[in-house]
Design a protein around this ligand. Structure first.
Ligand code: TRP
Ligand code: SF4
Length: 405
């Protein structure tokens, strides 16, 4: 599978298992994954080691959440036929790459990552002055680079981690991608791709190196992606040679910014476990209905005949996610004129949320009933992930000079 799909087309993302998934995850992350799995080769994993960096004192929540989270993914529609689902800690190669990358990563790069200090301040009740927490983004870099993923769907706050990944990859390639006889090897590799492709490659390389022609660079990259007959090592060499550098052993990924989902919480703030304003994907419909009925509204509407302003009401934020124009107009008019009551106004939201979650909950029940199936899906995913990770590690060890047996 991995040799057919070019690695630039590979998507990788992870989620930390620290509790039940809610509508914020569904609208913010999962719906995006569902779309990506149709278009790309996708790897989605449970980042249990990352969860441990903040929950090392109370790891129970991790083991409790791992399988439930996978069930939530599957119930939401993540499809093991289209995406590889796996557990980070079952692919120990991530840890090996992490330790090797730690040798070449300056401390200052990690100290200046904004999430490092931000999270320490935000999670004051936890002691995050640990080695593991400082290394959080580097472990993430290893997660990404080990699959040579081209695209990493992340939220805004995680973009800096992908940027760090790019810097680390560049440093790695710079240090270990240069072989003494590099140019001769690259030239020999060009001969292997055939006369015609070889000429296109050389022309494009010249256009890029001499004139900075980006289009030519892109064209040559495409050409290389489609080469079936040369070894991975030669491919890396030719990618690097194209840009005038050494072998590109670890390609730089691109962050793929997940469109900021404005899934509001029950109180109008962003939906988040830490605000205790969530609707979990597997909450009982009656619980969901009750929570929505209890939701605060525009404080100016004390009595039924007080007019209100939807802009000041968290229910309106739900209408923006769930309602069609017609319903929204009905809300706008009815609220401002006190023509409708708040309970009446909430009903279409309640209906829409329950309707959206119904198939998800039905699938969740099925998966929850069959732990062996869920386990098998994940174990197969882990095996596939390990195979690819090991392939990268073989190259990485050899490049550093640790390839001895
Ligand atoms: N740090 C990510 C988060 O908190 C989770 C994560 C770990 C991740 N490794 C990753 C995301 C690799 C993308 C790619 O959301
Ligand atoms: Fe909010 Fe709707 Fe009530 Fe207006 S009518 S205050 S929008 S719940």
């Amino acid at each position: 599978m991995n040799s057919v799909v070019p690695h630039q087309q590979r998507v990788l993302s992870g989620m930390r298992p620290t509790g039940r998934l809610h509508l914020g995850h569904y609208h913010g992350v999962l719906k995006n994954w569902l779309k990506l799995q149709q278009e790309y080769e996708c790897f989605f994993f449970v980042a249990d080691w990352h969860a441990l960096t903040t929950h090392y004192e109370s790891p129970q929540i991790i083991s409790e959440s791992v399988w439930e989270m996978v069930i939530d993914w599957l119930a939401a529609g993540v499809d093991p036929q289209h995406a590889t689902i796996f557990l980070q800690s079952r692919v120990p190669q991530h840890a090996e790459l992490h330790v090797l990358l730690s040798m070449i990563t300056p401390l200052s790069w990690l100290e200046r990552v904004p999430t490092y200090k931000d999270q320490q301040l935000k999670l004051k009740d936890k002691d995050l002055s640990t080695y593991g927490f400082l290394g959080y983004p580097l472990l993430q870099a290893a997660d990404i680079l080990i699959y040579r993923a081209g695209m990493v769907p992340v939220g805004e706050d995680q973009v800096v981690h992908v940027e760090l990944t790019r810097e680390v990859a560049r440093r790695f390639n710079h240090l270990y991608g240069r072989e003494p006889d590099y140019e001769e090897r690259a030239e020999a590799a060009i001969k292997k791709i055939g006369k015609k492709a070889g000429k296109i490659y050389r022309d494009a390389r010249r256009a890029y190196v001499e004139q900075g022609d980006q289009e030519a660079l892109e064209k040559a990259r495409q050409l290389l992606e489609n080469q079936q007959n040369i070894s991975l090592g030669d491919k890396e060499r030719l990618f690097g040679y194209l840009e005038g550098g050494g072998r590109i052993i670890l390609p730089e990924p691109q962050p793929m910014l997940t469109p900021a989902a404005k899934m509001p919480g029950l109180d109008g703030q962003k939906m988040s476990k830490s605000y205790d304003n969530t609707i979990s994907l597997r909450d009982d419909p009656q619980v969901i209905e009750k929570a929505l009925r209890r939701m605060p509204t525009d404080p100016a509407r004390v009595r039924r005949d007080d007019p209100g302003n939807p802009e000041k009401c968290p229910v309106w934020a739900f209408h923006q996610v769930y309602s069609q124009n017609e319903t929204r107009e009905w809300v706008m008019k009815g609220c401002r004129s006190a023509g409708i009551g708040c309970i009446e106004c909430k009903q279409p939201v309640i209906d829409a949320v329950l309707l959206e979650l119904k198939p998800v909950q039905e699938r969740a029940v099925e998966f929850a009933k069959d732990p062996t199936l869920v386990r098998n899906i994940v174990m197969e995913g882990c095996q596939r992930a390990r195979d690819i990770a090991e392939e990268t590690m073989t190259t990485v060890r050899e490049a550093i000079g640790l390839g001895y047996r």
